[in-house]
Structures are given as structure tokens and as C-alpha cells.
Design a protein around this ligand. Sequence first.
Ligand code: SF4
Length: 453
Amino acid sequence: MSSKSVPVDFRGATVSALENLTLRGAMKTATDMFAVKRAQGVSSIPLEEWRQQASETRCQVLDNLEAMVDEFSANATKAGAVIHRAKDAETARRIILDILKDNRVHKLVKAKSMVSEEIHLNRFLEQHDIKVVETDLGEYIVQIADETPSHILAPAIHKNRRQVGLLFSEKLGVDYSEDPEVLTKIARRQLRNEFLTADAGFSGANFAVSSTGSLAIFTNEGNGRMCTTVPPLHIALLTIEKMLPTLADLALFAKLLPRSATGQFLSSYMTLITGTKKTGEFTGAGHLHIVLLDNGRTDILRGPFRDILKCIRCSACMNVCPVYRTVGGHAYDSTYSGPMGIILTNLLEGMERAHTLLDASTLCGACEDACPVKLPLVSLISALREKRVEMNMGPVIEHFLMKSFGLAAQKPGLYAFAQKMFKKTRPLVNRVGDGLRLDRLPEISEKPMRDRF
Ligand code: SF4
């Protein structure tokens, strides 16, 4: 099912992205806005204290993950949900399809879920004659454009409003407008009918509270609440590391996540779902299935890169990353982009496919400073780069040059000879490398340092 076997051509994608001035303009506008809003959002809180507390809670979750997943499953079952465990993407897709077929579902309305992108759910369901309608505005835009999200929170961040206006006019047959309010009203009109006629709703979850068996979903458009309460059946898909111990812990993350993402003090809609709708209740689905997906997380948890599972998908690291801000999410050719995405993609999809993404970081550390759970992103990327060298995966020329340097550095005579040779061949190197990176090599000093002492 996965089409993700082709190695990521990050360098090639970067060149195309840099030439796309519309993309660069849209990225700059959006990420600048996020950065300013985040700075405003965190200015009024004891940020370091909250970050420390959030980091410790996430470490505690990882230390007790299996027990917390069991506790969550038991409590959610008690509240009326049906729990499914899926070890990989294929199993999760099959479980979801079986639930939909058993309930004779023809149309599914979806709230935004990056995990469903990770397992390529939409394409699979459509191949089995189930109509899937994305209802988050950004997801709806990329769905009708036949694209994939380029940001985990703002899927259509790479498009400006003129492009959205043209898209709506072409695909929905409406008059062209680039007024965001008009465009939002058009999408809302289209989606309202989909909500009312859907057989089932689908969502992810920002967190799962193990002590109560509750799902916490934060949205800004209200579509999450529509998907989880209007249709009679609700399926939630989440990865196992989304656990939090208690509702008291959730309170901190409910304040920290939106501030880190968009600068909002709280998300517009915070939905807490504990089991199915009970007698006398007015909202909620009559049937709730929760699919807990592993898809490599248990292996990551046992290894040296386990800290990446602390991530709460706030997107702060992406919004401040100079590489992501310039080239956008599609260049990463992965569900997850930005600094967090570099690490996660290498761990989930393998370094054979994704190691070129390790170059998508300047290691400036802006991502680490912004991360609300103090994830050591720079150290993790550096450690993966070391692993790439050990696995002989880097560029051949880099490998050759580093090996040669290593040899020469151990033999002073050889080093001095290489230095002299390089100085002599430098004009030729510059000519060959003109316009490439070779002509940026520093000038060799007239007198080497060691001859000065
Ligand atoms: S790594 Fe940190 S900053 Fe980046 S998305 Fe995850 S929690 Fe947010």
C-alpha cells in the first residue's frame, strides 16, 4: 500500500521549492505570523517552569507507556468504547475498513488526523468504495487539490488565498473570490451537508487520558466536534504515545500546546470524549471504536531516539526552522516535516529512504528553544547523522574526503604534502567548481599555522 519506498530527493525538492516564489511568499507570511503569535502567547506565562513540567510528564509517560495504554484501554472499554490494537499501518487500515463495512458505511467525515496520513488511510478506503470527506478547512483544500498536507497544523500553509480562490472556483463551480471570509463560507456550506449525511465520523486525538479512558481533541473550527458527535459511529485513530496520566496533566498541555502552535491561550474547541453517548445525553456517538496504533513506536521506545516520542505535535519547531520556513513541507516527502519530521521519518520509514532529510537542518537550535516539551532535537539529528556515517550512507564525495582527512591528520608529512597540493590545484578546483560549492572553499593561507611557531 505504501508508496513511500523511493528515497527522498531532498536536494532536488529544495531546488524546486526555492524557485517557487509563490510558495516562498506563502510560507514566509504564515510562519512569520505563527512565530509572532507564539512569542506573544508565551510572554505572559512562566514558560520555563511549564516546559520543565511538561517534559517531565512526557518522560513519565514513556517510562510507563505499556501500563498506561492498558489502563486507558480498560477505562475506555468500561465507558462503552471498543478498543483495537494495531501493530502496523496495514493492520490499522484493515481494522478501520472492517468496522466501516460491518456498519454499512458509505460516507465518512474526517477531522484532521496526521496518523491517518501516516497510514495512507484515505486512498485505501476510497479503493474500497468509501467516500472520505476531509472537514478541516486546510485538509479540505488539499483534498480537493489532490495534494498532501505540508504542515501538521495548517495543511494548506503552502497556498495563498488567490490559489485557494482559483481552486474553489475550478473544483466547486463557485464564483472566484480571494476573500478569506467568502472562501470559508463556501467550504462551510459544502461541508454542512456532508456532516448531516455521513454514516460515520473519524478523528485522531491530541491526547488520551489513561486514568479516565478519555480522548482529548483540540480544534479551531468545530469540525472535530461535528465529526465525533453528529454521525452515529465514531472511529478514533491514535498512536500509543499520545497518553497522559490524568485530567490534571491534560490541563497543562491544553494551555501549552496552542500557545506553542498559534499563540492562542486555548484552542477554540476542546472536546473530551469518554466512551459512548449515554441515556439522557444529547451529544456523542452511539458507537465508539478506538484504534491504538504502534507502527514502530515500541521499537523507537526501546532505542536511543526514544525522546522523539515526547513530541506533542505542536509544530513550534517547524515554524521557527529556517529550512522548513523556506522550502515548506512537501520538500520532505513525508507525513511529518520540519525538525521533528526529519527524526520521525528516519525512524519510521528507515534511513535508506530518509537519510537525505538529515541535511534539512542548520543545527541552529531554534527548534529546541521553541519546543514545549524540551525535546533535544539538535542532539537527535546529530546522532542520526553519526549513524548515517557509520552506515556509509552519506554522499560518496563527503565520505571520501573525510576518510582522506582522517588519514592525513594522523601523518604530519602527508598532511603538509596534501596542503601544498591543494594550494597548487586550487585555481583549477575553483574553475571546475565555479557556480557550485567548491568555489566557496576558503583561501589557503600563505604560511600554514604550524610554520608560524
Ligand atoms: S518536537 Fe517539540 S516543537 Fe516540534 S512539534 Fe514536537 S513538541 Fe512541538
